[in-house]
Ligand binder design. Structure first.
Ligand code: CP
Length: 308
């Protein structure tokens, strides 16, 4: 039984398969019905969402399935009853379980007991569905070149210790990209995840590095990315972070250091004037609305791939 709990659950070759499938499903959104029946997919949220809920619900319906949204606040998974028992129950109702939750250990436990594939819709450590959508978006805008994504430089600016920083390291390395993550002191990726990304990159011709200086990190980048400085659960640190992170704001100055045809990604929700300037977010190099749409196509692909 395969799950998609972190980016490196797909090998580099499997990542290409899933991205190819996503492009195919985007071109013909209603042509494939692997969940015909309809089969039910449980989608559980322990944290706020807009894009993830909307794109999974719409995508599962397009695949011929029945999306069953479960409110994590009502279910109180791990408090009202154990994660293992919830997994056993939902695994008898659904063909696949999607979960947005807190620590990665929770979704690992869900996967161990569910008896059906489990997909990570964001944990504190990873957001692999977002990076699948991002790679699809980069491929659409940049991939029409020998090697596809391989050899492109992708820079992530901001909280490099957060789930997005980790997921870009792993997924970018698998795609053969040169991944740079850049954040203030104390906001660096988990060393084990950086080492894992480097091991993957050794096999794909990519690279994974921490570049502390945001200007150096942006130099020549083909893709410039940021995310909110205040990840879910870090709201109490909001005012301190605004000051510390200021030099990492993705603004016109940093964008000018990127390649002339650099594109800008942001997984959203965005805070204009904080982690990104309004001019960059709403400017001609931004592809964020394609990125938001691609959540649906990428997630349809991973569901199709896992249940095939
Ligand atoms: N990017 C993302 O996961 O959006 P939501 O938090 O709104 O689902």
């Amino acid at each position: 039984m395969r799950h998609f709990l972190r980016d490196d659950d797909l090998t580099p070759a499997e990542l290409v398969e899933v991205l190819d499938l996503a492009a195919e499903l985007k071109a013909a959104p209603y042509a494939h019905k692997p969940l015909e029946g309809p089969q039910t997919v449980a989608i559980i949220f322990d944290k706020p969402t807009l894009r993830t809920q909307a794109s999974f619900v719409a995508g599962i319906a397009e695949l011929g399935g029945n999306p069953m949204v479960v409110d994590g606040n009502l279910a109180q998974i791990g408090t009202r009853e154990s994660i293992a028992d919830v997994a056993r129950v939902l695994g008898r109702q659904a063909s696949l379980i999607v979960w947005r939750t807190h620590d990665q250990s929770r979704i690992d436990e869900m996967a161990a007991y569910a008896g059906v594939p489990v997909v990570n819709a964001l944990t504190d450590q990873f957001h692999p569905c977002q990076t699948l959508a991002d790679l699809l978006t980069i491929r659409e805008h940049k991939g029409d070149r020998p090697g596809g994504l391989a050899g492109l430089t992708m820079t992530f600016l901001g909280d490099a210790a957060c789930n997005m920083g980790h997921s870009y390291l792993l997924s970018g390395a698998a795609a053969g990209m040169h991944v740079r993550v850049s954040g203030p002191d104390g906001f660096q990726p988990d060393p084990e995840i950086l080492a894992r990304a480097r091991a993957i990159a050794a096999g794909t011709g990519g690279s994974a590095e921490i570049v502390l200086d945001p200007e150096a990190a942006s130099e020549g980048a083909d893709v410039l990315i940021t995310d909110t400085w205040i990840s879910m659960g870090k709201e109490a640190e909001s005012s301190d972070r605004a000051e510390v992170f200021r030099p990492w704001q993705l603004n016109e100055d940093l964008l000018a250091r990127g390649a002339d045809d650099a594109i800008v990604l942001h997984c959203l929700p965005a805070y204009r004037g904080k982690e990104i300037s309004a001019g960059v977010l709403d400017g001609p190099q931004s592809v964020i609305w394609d990125e938001a749409e691609n959540r649906r196509h990428a997630q349809k692909a991973i569901i199709t791939w896992l249940t095939r």
